[in-house]
Design a protein around this ligand. Structure first.
Ligand SMILES: Cc1cc2nc3c(=O)[nH]c(=O)nc-3n(C[C@H](O)[C@H](O)[C@H](O)COP(=O)(O)OP(=O)(O)OC[C@H]3O[C@@H](n4cnc5c(N)ncnc54)[C@H](O)[C@@H]3O)c2cc1C
Length: 352
């Protein structure tokens, strides 16, 4: 955005709905400037699409598997996370797989993942934030409505509890979810939410009691494969990620978006079976798979923005603002930059 926001007074209180990486990045900037910041997330923990599924003996990433860095500000944050040991470089052994076979693939881009699970990154961000006396995080708190009065904004959760008043509201939930909160208060922001469609992605997983069968010409320690397949997009092996070397063989099976949308209402058990069968068929027909311990699937209803957006974030003069990956490009870096830059704009440090 190009318009100058009124700088946030140091004592200003801000509520952030959504403690994914965008909301956490925004909260970090605001709390560091002295604002009083309260984050709310409907999930049991922070992280959003960077959350991980924990099973006995295994941690599985079902959202983002790894992320890359292009922006200097984001690189600065990544350097801090590397020093804090909550992320590490991964993957280095990647493949492209199609009906013609598996080929090693290196696009020269360095990537990182959370260690020992993707959610370690957002957990670190949340812990750093809530260590400040002027920041708080309420998880398991779905916000269902906003109220406005001369005293400021109030939030109402699904149990009817009220929070506030706050001078500023930031919503980092994906726009289709933000719309219901915004719509009674701001026609312009609500209209933008309607245009920011999000695509769906099914993410399956499978845990085995032994290593996967060997694939000719492929290193046994392969870490991730991108598939040219109508159903499966990405397969990644969680036990090849830093800090998870002792966990059993476990794959995350990310479906293609077109296929996910066609199977939107299918039961998770059916989806898991389809994805696992498709994965097994990428191995030689004679291959014997280890015993399956557990399988399942998670549906990300709002996985990825359908189209790029020319703004980093959006705000209105009445104290409402929107951020998240939907306002840049659908990657971890985009989400972080959106939240970080909104935070900077709100305190008047920089405006883009
Ligand atoms: C399957 C999958 C694979 C991906 N792979 C990659 C990848 O390889 N590389 C990459 O860079 N990116 C990848 N991404 C994208 C990346 O995960 C996202 O860009 C990023 O995590 C988005 O962060 P966010 O903070 O904008 O949104 P989110 O992480 O979605 O955070 C929004 C938060 O808002 C909360 N919320 C929503 N509504 C409410 C409410 N009413 N009240 C309270 N809380 C609410 C949610 O619980 C959530 O925690 C992938 C995403 C998916 C789903």
């Amino acid at each position: 955005m190009t318009k100058l926001l009124p700088p946030l007074a140091a004592h200003h209180s801000v509520a952030i709905i959504g403690a994914g990486i965008a909301g956490l990045a925004c909260g970090q900037v605001l709390a560091s400037s002295g604002a009083s910041v309260t984050l709310f997330d409907k999930a049991r923990g922070p992280g959003g699409r960077l959350s991980s599924k924990r099973r006995p003996g295994a941690a599985l990433d079902l959202g983002a598997q790894a992320f890359s860095v292009r922006d200097a500000d984001f690189q600065h944050a990544v350097d801090e996370w590397l020093a804090a040991d909550c992320i590490a470089a991964w993957p280095t052994r990647t493949y492209q797989a199609s009906s013609r076979g598996w080929q090693a693939h290196d696009d020269g881009q360095k990537r990182y993942t959370g260690a020992p699970r993707m959610s370690a990154l957002t957990r670190h961000m949340a812990d750093s934030l809530t260590a400040m006396p002027n920041a708080a995080l309420h998880t398991g708190t779905p916000i269902v409505a906003l109220e406005h009065s001369p005293a400021g904004w109030r939030l109402i959760d699904a149990d009817g509890a009220h929070y506030g008043p706050y001078g500023q509201i930031v919503i980092s939930a994906p726009p289709p979810q933000a719309h219901a909160l915004i719509q009674p208060w701001d026609d312009a922001l609500a209209a933008v939410c309607v245009t920011r469609e999000q695509r769906t992605c099914w993410a399956g997983w499978a845990i085995f009691d032994g290593p996967l069968p060997l694939i000719p010409g492929v290193t046994p320690s392969w870490q991730m494969a991108r598939l040219d397949h109508p159903m499966l997009n990405i397969v990644s092996r969680n036990q090849t990620k830093p800090g998870r070397e002792t966990q059993p063989e476990s794959v995350s099976l990310l479906a293609q978006l077109d296929w996910s949308e066609a199977q939107l209402e299918q039961p998770a058990e059916w989806v898991a079976e389809q994805l696992l069968t498709a994965f097994k068929r990428t191995s030689p027909t004679a291959a014997t798979f280890p015993k399956l311990i557990e399988t399942g699937a998670h549906r990300w209803r709002y996985a990825q923005p359908a189209t790029p957006c020319k703004y980093d974030y959006l705000y209105s003069a009445n104290g409402l603002a929107l951020c998240g990956d939907s306002f840049r490009g659908g990657r971890v870096e985009d989400a972080w930059l959106s939240g970080h830059r909104l935070g900077e704009a709100l305190i008047g440090r920089s405006v883009r």
